[in-house]
Design a protein around this ligand. Structure first.
Ligand SMILES: Cc1ncc(COP(=O)(O)O)c(C=O)c1O
Length: 393
Protein backbone atom coordinates (compact mmCIF):
# COMPACT_ATOMS: atom_id res chain seq x y z
CA UNK A 1 0.00 0.00 0.00
CA UNK A 2 1.19 3.52 -0.83
CA UNK A 3 0.36 6.37 1.56
CA UNK A 4 1.28 9.87 0.36
CA UNK A 5 1.79 12.71 2.83
CA UNK A 6 -0.86 14.72 1.01
CA UNK A 7 -3.22 13.92 -1.82
CA UNK A 8 -5.31 16.84 -3.05
CA UNK A 9 -7.14 14.54 -5.50
CA UNK A 10 -10.07 13.43 -3.32
CA UNK A 11 -11.08 16.96 -2.29
CA UNK A 12 -10.53 18.35 -5.79
CA UNK A 13 -12.79 15.66 -7.21
CA UNK A 14 -15.70 16.97 -5.06
CA UNK A 15 -15.58 20.37 -6.75
CA UNK A 16 -13.54 19.92 -9.91
CA UNK A 17 -16.19 20.90 -12.45
CA UNK A 18 -17.34 23.89 -10.40
CA UNK A 19 -13.74 25.11 -10.16
CA UNK A 20 -13.08 24.65 -13.88
CA UNK A 21 -16.31 26.49 -14.79
CA UNK A 22 -15.40 29.32 -12.45
CA UNK A 23 -11.87 29.66 -13.81
CA UNK A 24 -13.31 29.87 -17.34
CA UNK A 25 -15.76 32.53 -16.11
CA UNK A 26 -12.93 34.64 -14.65
CA UNK A 27 -10.89 34.26 -17.84
CA UNK A 28 -13.86 35.36 -19.93
CA UNK A 29 -14.63 38.28 -17.61
CA UNK A 30 -11.22 39.81 -18.51
CA UNK A 31 -10.98 41.15 -14.91
CA UNK A 32 -7.51 39.84 -14.12
CA UNK A 33 -6.38 42.18 -11.32
CA UNK A 34 -8.38 42.72 -8.08
CA UNK A 35 -12.08 43.03 -8.98
CA UNK A 36 -15.31 41.35 -7.76
CA UNK A 37 -13.96 37.85 -7.00
CA UNK A 38 -11.29 39.25 -4.68
CA UNK A 39 -13.79 41.57 -2.98
CA UNK A 40 -16.36 38.79 -2.51
CA UNK A 41 -13.72 36.43 -1.13
CA UNK A 42 -12.55 39.07 1.34
CA UNK A 43 -16.08 39.52 2.60
CA UNK A 44 -16.79 35.79 2.90
CA UNK A 45 -13.43 35.03 4.52
CA UNK A 46 -13.79 37.84 7.08
CA UNK A 47 -17.25 36.50 8.00
CA UNK A 48 -15.81 33.01 8.34
CA UNK A 49 -12.95 34.18 10.58
CA UNK A 50 -15.20 36.45 12.66
CA UNK A 51 -13.27 39.64 11.90
CA UNK A 52 -14.26 43.05 10.59
CA UNK A 53 -11.95 43.31 7.62
CA UNK A 54 -9.90 41.03 5.36
CA UNK A 55 -7.39 41.93 2.67
CA UNK A 56 -6.43 39.29 0.12
CA UNK A 57 -2.71 39.20 -0.64
CA UNK A 58 -0.28 37.20 -2.75
CA UNK A 59 0.88 34.65 -0.12
CA UNK A 60 1.09 33.95 3.59
CA UNK A 61 4.64 35.27 3.56
CA UNK A 62 3.49 38.53 2.00
CA UNK A 63 0.63 38.74 4.51
CA UNK A 64 3.19 38.76 7.34
CA UNK A 65 5.52 41.08 5.45
CA UNK A 66 2.88 43.67 4.63
CA UNK A 67 1.48 43.53 8.19
CA UNK A 68 4.92 44.33 9.59
CA UNK A 69 5.40 47.04 6.94
CA UNK A 70 2.11 48.63 7.99
CA UNK A 71 3.40 48.68 11.57
CA UNK A 72 6.53 50.38 10.22
CA UNK A 73 8.87 47.70 11.56
CA UNK A 74 12.38 48.26 10.23
CA UNK A 75 16.07 48.62 10.98
CA UNK A 76 16.94 48.51 14.66
CA UNK A 77 13.60 47.03 15.71
CA UNK A 78 13.16 43.68 17.40
CA UNK A 79 10.22 41.33 16.84
CA UNK A 80 9.44 38.62 19.38
CA UNK A 81 8.38 35.28 17.94
CA UNK A 82 8.56 31.51 18.32
CA UNK A 83 11.68 29.64 17.24
CA UNK A 84 9.62 26.70 15.95
CA UNK A 85 7.87 27.62 12.74
CA UNK A 86 8.20 27.74 8.98
CA UNK A 87 11.03 30.02 7.87
CA UNK A 88 8.67 32.75 6.58
CA UNK A 89 7.75 33.76 10.14
CA UNK A 90 11.33 34.89 10.72
CA UNK A 91 12.22 35.65 7.09
CA UNK A 92 9.87 38.64 6.92
CA UNK A 93 11.42 40.15 10.06
CA UNK A 94 14.91 39.85 8.58
CA UNK A 95 13.83 41.17 5.19
CA UNK A 96 12.69 44.39 6.83
CA UNK A 97 16.06 44.82 8.50
CA UNK A 98 14.63 44.01 11.93
CA UNK A 99 15.94 41.28 14.27
CA UNK A 100 13.98 38.33 15.65
CA UNK A 101 14.09 37.48 19.35
CA UNK A 102 12.71 34.16 20.46
CA UNK A 103 10.60 32.76 23.28
CA UNK A 104 10.84 28.96 23.39
CA UNK A 105 7.85 26.68 22.82
CA UNK A 106 5.68 24.69 25.17
CA UNK A 107 6.82 21.08 24.62
CA UNK A 108 3.26 19.70 24.53
CA UNK A 109 1.55 22.11 22.12
CA UNK A 110 4.71 23.21 20.22
CA UNK A 111 3.37 26.78 20.40
CA UNK A 112 5.16 29.75 21.96
CA UNK A 113 5.16 29.47 25.74
CA UNK A 114 3.63 32.66 27.20
CA UNK A 115 5.75 32.35 30.34
CA UNK A 116 8.93 32.30 28.25
CA UNK A 117 7.62 35.26 26.31
CA UNK A 118 7.05 37.17 29.54
CA UNK A 119 10.62 36.41 30.65
CA UNK A 120 12.04 37.73 27.36
CA UNK A 121 9.98 40.90 27.61
CA UNK A 122 10.99 41.43 31.23
CA UNK A 123 14.66 41.08 30.31
CA UNK A 124 14.51 43.46 27.37
CA UNK A 125 14.85 46.95 28.76
CA UNK A 126 15.65 48.85 25.58
CA UNK A 127 12.08 49.12 24.27
CA UNK A 128 13.22 47.83 20.91
CA UNK A 129 10.69 45.01 20.74
CA UNK A 130 7.99 46.44 18.50
CA UNK A 131 5.67 43.50 17.83
CA UNK A 132 4.96 39.90 18.77
CA UNK A 133 4.23 37.09 16.28
CA UNK A 134 2.82 33.92 17.83
CA UNK A 135 2.23 31.04 15.39
CA UNK A 136 -0.73 28.67 15.61
CA UNK A 137 1.41 25.73 14.67
CA UNK A 138 0.00 22.66 12.91
CA UNK A 139 -3.54 24.07 13.16
CA UNK A 140 -3.82 24.52 16.92
CA UNK A 141 -4.16 27.99 18.46
CA UNK A 142 -1.42 29.27 20.71
CA UNK A 143 -2.46 30.36 24.21
CA UNK A 144 -3.82 33.69 23.00
CA UNK A 145 -5.48 34.69 26.29
CA UNK A 146 -2.10 34.74 28.05
CA UNK A 147 -0.25 36.16 25.05
CA UNK A 148 -2.67 39.07 24.67
CA UNK A 149 -2.60 39.75 28.40
CA UNK A 150 1.20 39.95 28.48
CA UNK A 151 1.43 41.90 25.20
CA UNK A 152 -1.17 44.34 26.55
CA UNK A 153 0.96 45.00 29.66
CA UNK A 154 3.84 45.97 27.35
CA UNK A 155 1.66 47.88 24.86
CA UNK A 156 2.78 45.65 21.98
CA UNK A 157 0.75 44.66 18.90
CA UNK A 158 0.27 40.93 18.32
CA UNK A 159 0.28 39.68 14.74
CA UNK A 160 -1.07 36.12 14.67
CA UNK A 161 0.65 33.87 12.15
CA UNK A 162 -2.42 31.79 11.39
CA UNK A 163 -0.98 30.44 8.13
CA UNK A 164 -1.63 26.83 9.21
CA UNK A 165 -4.76 27.49 11.21
CA UNK A 166 -7.69 29.01 9.31
CA UNK A 167 -10.81 27.98 11.20
CA UNK A 168 -8.98 26.72 14.29
CA UNK A 169 -10.69 27.90 17.45
CA UNK A 170 -9.81 28.40 21.07
CA UNK A 171 -11.52 29.51 24.23
CA UNK A 172 -10.36 33.07 24.57
CA UNK A 173 -10.59 35.06 27.72
CA UNK A 174 -9.22 38.59 27.70
CA UNK A 175 -10.48 41.71 29.47
CA UNK A 176 -14.27 41.43 29.31
CA UNK A 177 -14.34 38.96 26.43
CA UNK A 178 -14.84 35.24 26.98
CA UNK A 179 -15.80 32.59 24.46
CA UNK A 180 -14.73 30.65 21.41
CA UNK A 181 -12.69 32.68 18.92
CA UNK A 182 -11.16 31.80 15.59
CA UNK A 183 -7.46 31.97 14.77
CA UNK A 184 -6.47 35.39 13.46
CA UNK A 185 -9.33 37.22 15.18
CA UNK A 186 -7.75 37.78 18.59
CA UNK A 187 -4.59 39.77 17.93
CA UNK A 188 -4.18 43.19 16.40
CA UNK A 189 -3.99 41.40 13.04
CA UNK A 190 -3.98 37.87 11.67
CA UNK A 191 -2.13 36.46 8.66
CA UNK A 192 -3.18 33.45 6.60
CA UNK A 193 -1.67 31.32 3.85
CA UNK A 194 -3.59 29.59 1.06
CA UNK A 195 -0.61 27.51 -0.07
CA UNK A 196 -2.20 24.38 -1.62
CA UNK A 197 -1.33 22.12 1.34
CA UNK A 198 -3.22 24.31 3.83
CA UNK A 199 -6.72 23.29 4.96
CA UNK A 200 -7.99 26.06 2.67
CA UNK A 201 -5.60 25.86 -0.25
CA UNK A 202 -5.62 27.76 -3.53
CA UNK A 203 -4.48 26.35 -6.88
CA UNK A 204 -1.30 28.39 -6.50
CA UNK A 205 -0.20 30.98 -3.97
CA UNK A 206 -2.45 33.21 -1.92
CA UNK A 207 -2.73 34.82 1.49
CA UNK A 208 -4.79 37.19 3.62
CA UNK A 209 -4.41 39.76 6.36
CA UNK A 210 -7.30 40.38 8.76
CA UNK A 211 -7.66 43.11 11.32
CA UNK A 212 -10.35 44.98 13.18
CA UNK A 213 -8.27 48.16 13.08
CA UNK A 214 -9.52 50.31 10.20
CA UNK A 215 -6.48 52.52 9.87
CA UNK A 216 -4.15 49.52 9.78
CA UNK A 217 -6.37 47.68 7.26
CA UNK A 218 -6.47 50.75 5.03
CA UNK A 219 -2.69 50.93 5.12
CA UNK A 220 -2.33 47.21 4.28
CA UNK A 221 -4.75 47.69 1.37
CA UNK A 222 -2.56 50.50 0.02
CA UNK A 223 0.74 48.72 0.65
CA UNK A 224 -0.43 45.61 -1.20
CA UNK A 225 -0.65 47.79 -4.31
CA UNK A 226 2.59 49.82 -4.11
CA UNK A 227 1.27 52.20 -1.44
CA UNK A 228 -0.04 54.92 -3.76
CA UNK A 229 -2.79 57.26 -2.52
CA UNK A 230 -4.24 58.66 -4.65
CA UNK A 231 -3.10 56.37 -7.46
CA UNK A 232 0.43 57.27 -8.69
CA UNK A 233 1.14 59.52 -5.65
CA UNK A 234 3.35 57.70 -3.18
CA UNK A 235 3.96 58.82 0.39
CA UNK A 236 5.01 55.24 1.25
CA UNK A 237 6.67 52.32 -0.47
CA UNK A 238 4.54 49.18 -0.83
CA UNK A 239 4.81 46.35 -3.28
CA UNK A 240 2.78 44.09 -5.53
CA UNK A 241 1.17 41.88 -2.92
CA UNK A 242 -2.18 41.42 -4.67
CA UNK A 243 -4.32 38.26 -4.51
CA UNK A 244 -5.01 36.87 -7.97
CA UNK A 245 -8.74 36.83 -8.91
CA UNK A 246 -8.53 33.24 -10.16
CA UNK A 247 -7.20 32.19 -6.76
CA UNK A 248 -9.90 34.25 -4.99
CA UNK A 249 -12.61 32.61 -7.12
CA UNK A 250 -11.31 29.11 -6.35
CA UNK A 251 -10.96 29.92 -2.64
CA UNK A 252 -14.62 31.06 -2.56
CA UNK A 253 -15.68 27.65 -3.86
CA UNK A 254 -13.42 25.77 -1.47
CA UNK A 255 -14.44 27.86 1.55
CA UNK A 256 -17.89 26.25 1.32
CA UNK A 257 -16.33 22.83 2.09
CA UNK A 258 -13.79 23.94 4.65
CA UNK A 259 -15.72 22.91 7.78
CA UNK A 260 -16.35 19.47 6.29
CA UNK A 261 -12.62 19.05 5.57
CA UNK A 262 -11.72 20.16 9.10
CA UNK A 263 -14.09 17.49 10.43
CA UNK A 264 -12.51 14.82 8.22
CA UNK A 265 -9.01 15.78 9.41
CA UNK A 266 -10.21 15.71 13.03
CA UNK A 267 -11.77 12.27 12.49
CA UNK A 268 -8.49 11.04 11.00
CA UNK A 269 -6.60 12.46 13.98
CA UNK A 270 -8.88 10.76 16.46
CA UNK A 271 -8.62 7.45 14.59
CA UNK A 272 -4.80 7.71 14.80
CA UNK A 273 -5.10 8.44 18.53
CA UNK A 274 -7.32 5.39 18.99
CA UNK A 275 -5.08 3.12 16.90
CA UNK A 276 -1.96 4.24 18.76
CA UNK A 277 -3.69 3.70 22.09
CA UNK A 278 -5.02 0.26 21.17
CA UNK A 279 -1.77 -1.01 19.76
CA UNK A 280 -0.24 -3.05 22.53
CA UNK A 281 3.30 -2.76 21.15
CA UNK A 282 3.06 0.99 21.01
CA UNK A 283 1.41 1.24 24.43
CA UNK A 284 4.73 0.24 25.99
CA UNK A 285 6.93 2.57 23.95
CA UNK A 286 6.91 6.35 23.93
CA UNK A 287 4.96 7.59 20.92
CA UNK A 288 3.21 10.78 21.98
CA UNK A 289 0.18 11.82 19.99
CA UNK A 290 -1.10 15.40 19.84
CA UNK A 291 -4.15 14.42 21.88
CA UNK A 292 -1.95 14.50 24.97
CA UNK A 293 -3.02 18.11 25.45
CA UNK A 294 -6.67 17.33 25.63
CA UNK A 295 -6.26 14.17 27.64
CA UNK A 296 -4.36 16.12 30.21
CA UNK A 297 -7.04 18.76 30.32
CA UNK A 298 -9.90 16.31 30.65
CA UNK A 299 -8.01 14.47 33.37
CA UNK A 300 -7.99 17.73 35.26
CA UNK A 301 -11.72 17.98 34.63
CA UNK A 302 -11.35 20.98 32.33
CA UNK A 303 -13.09 21.39 29.03
CA UNK A 304 -11.33 20.94 25.73
CA UNK A 305 -9.89 24.37 25.03
CA UNK A 306 -8.97 24.02 21.39
CA UNK A 307 -10.65 23.16 18.13
CA UNK A 308 -7.55 21.79 16.39
CA UNK A 309 -7.91 21.69 12.59
CA UNK A 310 -4.97 19.29 12.11
CA UNK A 311 -3.21 20.93 9.20
CA UNK A 312 -0.57 18.53 10.48
CA UNK A 313 -0.84 15.49 12.74
CA UNK A 314 2.41 15.36 14.67
CA UNK A 315 3.78 12.51 16.74
CA UNK A 316 6.83 12.69 18.96
CA UNK A 317 8.97 9.57 18.89
CA UNK A 318 12.33 8.07 19.72
CA UNK A 319 14.68 7.23 16.81
CA UNK A 320 12.67 9.56 14.58
CA UNK A 321 14.98 9.54 11.56
CA UNK A 322 15.31 5.75 11.54
CA UNK A 323 11.53 5.44 11.83
CA UNK A 324 11.09 7.84 8.92
CA UNK A 325 13.41 5.77 6.71
CA UNK A 326 11.59 2.61 7.69
CA UNK A 327 8.23 4.16 6.78
CA UNK A 328 9.64 5.35 3.48
CA UNK A 329 10.57 1.75 2.67
CA UNK A 330 6.97 0.85 3.42
CA UNK A 331 5.79 3.51 0.93
CA UNK A 332 4.51 5.78 3.69
CA UNK A 333 5.44 9.43 3.26
CA UNK A 334 6.11 11.58 6.33
CA UNK A 335 7.68 14.99 6.89
CA UNK A 336 9.67 16.81 9.52
CA UNK A 337 8.24 20.19 10.44
CA UNK A 338 10.91 21.41 11.23
CA UNK A 339 14.38 19.85 11.44
CA UNK A 340 15.94 23.05 12.82
CA UNK A 341 14.76 25.84 15.08
CA UNK A 342 14.64 29.27 13.44
CA UNK A 343 17.34 30.38 15.90
CA UNK A 344 19.62 27.70 14.38
CA UNK A 345 19.28 28.82 10.75
CA UNK A 346 22.58 29.76 9.16
CA UNK A 347 21.33 33.05 7.72
CA UNK A 348 20.76 34.14 11.32
CA UNK A 349 23.69 32.49 13.08
CA UNK A 350 26.01 34.10 10.51
CA UNK A 351 24.97 37.44 12.00
CA UNK A 352 24.63 36.60 15.71
CA UNK A 353 24.19 33.68 18.07
CA UNK A 354 20.74 33.56 19.65
CA UNK A 355 20.42 31.76 23.00
CA UNK A 356 19.64 28.01 22.92
CA UNK A 357 15.98 26.99 22.87
CA UNK A 358 15.94 23.54 24.43
CA UNK A 359 12.27 22.65 23.89
CA UNK A 360 12.50 23.61 20.22
CA UNK A 361 15.76 21.77 19.67
CA UNK A 362 14.30 18.61 21.24
CA UNK A 363 11.10 18.88 19.17
CA UNK A 364 13.18 19.33 16.02
CA UNK A 365 14.83 15.96 16.78
CA UNK A 366 11.69 14.06 17.73
CA UNK A 367 8.63 15.22 15.80
CA UNK A 368 7.22 13.57 12.71
CA UNK A 369 4.19 14.56 10.61
CA UNK A 370 1.95 11.71 9.45
CA UNK A 371 -0.53 11.93 6.56
CA UNK A 372 -3.86 13.33 7.82
CA UNK A 373 -5.51 14.82 4.72
CA UNK A 374 -9.24 14.40 3.94
CA UNK A 375 -9.55 11.33 1.77
CA UNK A 376 -7.01 9.27 3.75
CA UNK A 377 -8.71 5.92 4.37
CA UNK A 378 -8.96 4.02 7.69
CA UNK A 379 -7.06 1.16 6.00
CA UNK A 380 -4.20 3.52 5.20
CA UNK A 381 -4.13 4.77 8.78
CA UNK A 382 -4.11 1.21 10.13
CA UNK A 383 -1.21 0.43 7.82
CA UNK A 384 0.69 3.53 9.07
CA UNK A 385 0.23 2.64 12.74
CA UNK A 386 0.97 -1.06 12.16
CA UNK A 387 4.18 -0.13 10.34
CA UNK A 388 5.25 2.16 13.19
CA UNK A 389 4.59 -0.65 15.68
CA UNK A 390 6.60 -3.05 13.52
CA UNK A 391 9.55 -0.67 13.55
CA UNK A 392 9.68 -0.64 17.34
CA UNK A 393 9.41 -4.43 17.57
C1 LIG B 1 3.57 29.16 9.92
C2 LIG B 1 3.69 29.67 8.52
N1 LIG B 1 3.91 30.98 8.32
C3 LIG B 1 3.99 31.50 7.09
C4 LIG B 1 3.85 30.72 5.97
C5 LIG B 1 4.04 31.31 4.61
O1 LIG B 1 2.94 31.13 3.77
P1 LIG B 1 3.13 31.04 2.17
O2 LIG B 1 3.74 29.75 1.85
O3 LIG B 1 1.72 31.16 1.67
O4 LIG B 1 3.95 32.20 1.76
C6 LIG B 1 3.61 29.35 6.12
C7 LIG B 1 3.45 28.49 4.93
O5 LIG B 1 3.84 27.39 4.82
C8 LIG B 1 3.54 28.81 7.43
O6 LIG B 1 3.33 27.50 7.63
Amino acid sequence: MKVPLLDLGPTLEEQKQEIIDKVVEVVESTRYIQGPEVEAFEEEASDYCGVDGAIGVSSGTDALLVALMALEIGHGDLVLTTPYSFFATMGVILRLGATPVFADIDPVTYNMDPQKMEEVLAGEKTGKIKAIIPVHLYGQCADMSSIMEIAGCHGLPVIEDAAQAIGAETIYSHRNEKGWRKAGSMGFAGCFSFFPSKNLGAIGDGGMVVSGDEEFSHKVRLLRNHGGEPKYYHSMVGGNFRLDPIQAAVLRIKLKRLEQWHRQRRQNASLYNKLFEENTTLASIPVSTPAAVNEELSRKGEEERNYHIYNQYIIRVEKRDELRNWLQQKNIATEIYYPLGLHQQKCLTDIFTPPPMSNTEKAAQETLALPVYPGLTPEMQEYVVKSIAQFYT
